[in-house]
Design a protein around this ligand. Structure first.
Ligand code: SAM
Length: 419
């Protein structure tokens, strides 16, 4: 199920759609008026479902292939010119442990980026405010509460009590925010890792979390939600969101591939193609323009968060991408959607290139060689997704693909790592 366009979410998205690749998706938006009451929110037409590295002495050299996300936290230049687009979402929280003051700005800007992602935040708000029957008099667990925004939504919608669990120092700020807004009697903020804290109650009725990473599963917070579900959720309790799906499509992207990847083949007359190799193995997080899409979109995997096991997030899925026009394919693009199927009406959002841009953007996997494809021909293959064995927060992606067309015959396996 590919959810409809997110374009009708009403709010200001000025900072949420910044990208190092300008002139990507553009939306017309309206200013969002401050929400005062549940009724006002319910009356809004914002329901997305309806439209829906120079080494210093002492440094240890880590070979390119052996780098994990941990290396990149301290070595941001290692992303070969593509770093500007990507992995800040949770990284900033870990940096905070190392240098509280210096990186406090990173944490708050990361939080602000997420909160200003109105597709994301407004969907959660609408799910909660438009379905108070899911929350009224219920015990709610907010997994990874951040500023506490989801806890506040739930409290306002009538939850009996909300436990807001946050492992970073942001927990102290969340506590302050809860007090500032008069919800100290309803929301209890607990600082610690879900996997280590003790809840004051044996069970909860609802688990709510915004756990999704780039490429859906990058940084692996899904496991934390599944841990909480198995430990505290009452039988037939709710996990929100309860479904997440990963999709694949193919794009033409000659200019960017030439500028950022083929560049390494000849740098002032020298062959630096060893860097090209590493660069291509790093998926790029960025927005893709609709007119770059050459094929259909293929559903790879749907995860049922209410039932799945942690191992289900590792999978191999077949795909068949059929060309909708004669063109060249430079990359495959992955994106996800999430849905809240227990709402009165199905709600959710898509991070696809045809929907309103989110801070997750899309994940672009560049191909070693350019494929020329004619309308009706297909690129077929499999994608294997699994956490990296050394650092489970990284994601290993294996792409096997082949094309047997009039102008192009190819068969290849490529390896990527999100880190
Ligand atoms: C994507 S943010 C979401 C914040 C907030 N819920 C929101 O929607 O704006 C995820 C949060 O989960 C926290 N987190 C990650 N792993 C955690 C864990 N194992 N236990 C508790 N909190 C965790 C991070 O520090 C971060 O603040």
């Amino acid at each position: 199920m590919d959810l409809p366009n997110n374009a009708n979410v009403n709010a200001d998205l000025n900072d949420a759609v910044t990208t190092s690749k300008p002139s990507k998706i553009r939306f017309e938006y309206e200013d969002d008026e401050e929400v005062e009451t549940l009724e006002e929110v319910a009356a809004e037409s914002s329901n997305v479902e309806e439209d829906s590295s120079m080494y210093e002495a002492g440094d240890t050299l880590t070979a390119g292939d052996e780098k994990t996300s941990a290396d990149y936290y301290f070595d941001s230049y290692s992303h070969f010119g593509k770093f500007g687009n990507c992995t800040w979402k949770y990284s900033s929280f870990y940096l905070l442990y190392l240098c509280k003051v210096g990186f406090l700005i990173l944490v708050t800007s990361s939080m602000q980026e997420m909160l200003k992602d109105v597709v994301r935040t407004k969907t959660y708000q609408n799910v909660i405010y438009k379905n108070p029957f899911l929350f009224k008099d219920k015990i709610v667990l907010d997994v990874g509460a951040g500023t506490g925004i989801l806890s506040l939504f739930c409290a306002k919608a009538g939850a009996k009590h909300v436990y807001a669990v946050e492992c970073s120092s942001m927990a102290h700020t969340a506590q302050e925010i809860v007090k500032l807004n008069g919800y100290s009697n309803v929301i209890t903020v607990l600082k610690g890792k879900i996997e280590e804290i003790e809840l004051p109650v044996a069970q909860v009725d609802v688990i709510i979390s915004e756990w999704m990473g780039y490429f859906l599963v990058y940084e692996n917070m899904l496991d934390t939600v599944l841990y909480a579900r198995d430990k505290w959720l009452v039988p037939n309790g709710l996990v929100l969101p309860d479904k997440a799906s990963l999709y694949l499509t193919a794009i033409e992207d000659a200019d960017y591939k030439e500028d950022k990847i083929e560049f390494w083949n000849n740098v002032y007359g020298f062959d630096m193609s060893c860097i090209r190799k590493q660069s291509i193995a790093e998926p790029l997080v960025d927005t893709v323009e609709q007119n770059q899409i050459v094929t259909n979109c293929q559903l790879l995997k749907t995860m049922d968060i209410s039932k799945m096991a942690s191992v289900d997030a590792s999978f191999t899925a077949p795909f068949k991408l059929v060309a909708e026009r004669d063109d060249y394919i430079h990359a495959l693009v992955a994106y996800f959607d999430v849905s809240f199927t227990k709402c009165h009406k199905l709600m959710g959002f898509s991070t696809g290139p045809k929907s309103r841009a989110t801070h997750w953007k899309q994940t672009v996997l560049y191909l070693e060689e350019v494929l020329s494809i004619c309308q009706g021909e297909a690129v077929t293959g499999t994608m294997t997704v699994a956490p990296n064995k050394k650092n489970p927060r990284d994601v290993d992606i294996t792409l096997k693909y082949s094309i047997n067309g009039r102008h192009c015959q190819a068969s290849k396996t490529q390896y990527y790592r999100m880190r």
